[in-house]
Design a protein around this ligand. Structure first.
Ligand SMILES: [Zn+2]
Ligand SMILES: [Zn+2]
Length: 281
């Protein structure tokens, strides 16, 4: 797996993960105890409490079984899987079958069904909001939203004592500020950027670039994936601070794939470009 340390307005955001189309994608945010897809078993996945599953393709959810099994074995507190309606019930059945195969009690895991436009709190300062992406099966992406309280603009410059006095008198001296910190698009074609125009401004954009060869345009269209040329067209509109790309096809070797992506995009993006693709074996 790869490690990224990204400067954001929240602070340094650490991302651990690896990705290859068909073989497994996982994006782990250890500071938030959150996984964005769990396509393969991973030691780093086990301590994470929430696992978001974007869709039912095995390269995005196979690791959920090993995660649940390991947490069960180590008697860790209940884990939570967040999954779209199309797969939540099937994941429950898969986990129940896996626990039966192991001969023990059912795993202590809740599979919570989530819908596009729903928002759920991960902790007081962070929530996840979901939206549909543009893949060939029902797939949802998520936006990690950071909420903090800040002094109201009109009170800026007042002395500490005065602020304290107003606060004690019951005046609301702070206001809530929400920052869309990170968006994860899982598997998707480029259409999602037309619908979800806010994606151009999220600080950390994690999306896929499955194909880089000019002969693969039709394949990308048909299966709801992003081609490097789609990102070249989108790049001038993107104002993100970091762009993280995943899901490189096995039709491309890792090194040449990375070089093609970097040489096409580095100069077009305002953002820093990061690649999370790996060779799993
Ligand atoms: Zn995939
Ligand atoms: Zn898929």
């Amino acid at each position: 797996v790869r490690q990224l340390r990204l400067e954001t307005s929240w602070g340094e955001l650490r991302i651990t993960g690896g990705s290859r189309a068909g073989e497994g994608s996982l994006v782990l945010l250890p500071q938030l105890r959150l996984a964005l897809d769990a396509g393969r078993p991973s030691r780093a996945l086990v301590p994470l409490r929430h696992v978001f599953v974007s869709h039912g393709h095995i390269d995005h959810c196979l690791g959920v079984v090993a995660w649940a099994s390991q947490r069960h074995l180590q008697r860790m507190p209940r884990g939570v899987v967040l999954a779209p309606a199309a797969v939540a019930g099937k994941l429950r059945a898969l986990l129940a079958t896996a626990a039966l195969m192991e001969g023990g009690d059912p795993y202590d895991v809740v599979v919570r069904e989530v819908r596009a436009e729903e928002r759920i709190a991960l902790r007081p300062d962070f929530s996840l909001r979901f939206f549909p992406t543009s893949h060939w099966v029902e797939t949802i992406g998520c936006c990690l939203e950071w909420t903090r309280r800040r002094l109201r603009d009109e009170l800026a410059g007042l002395a500490e004592d005065e602020l304290k006095r107003r606060h004690e008198a019951g005046e609301e001296i702070t206001t809530e500020v929400m920052t869309p910190l990170l968006a994860y698009l899982a598997d998707t074609g480029p259409d999602v950027f037309e619908r979800e125009t806010w994606l151009a401004d999220v600080e950390v954009l994690i999306t896929e670039c499955t194909f880089v060869d000019p002969r693969d345009h039709e394949r990308a269209r048909r299966f709801g994936h992003t081609h490097l040329d789609d990102l070249v067209s989108l790049a001038p509109r993107l104002r993100n601070r970091h762009v993280v790309l995943t899901h490189l096809s096995r039709r491309h070797r890792l090194g040449p794939g990375a070089r093609a992506i970097e040489s096409a995009l580095t100069n077009l993006l305002v953002a820093r470009l990061h690649l999370l693709n790996v060779e799993w074996e």
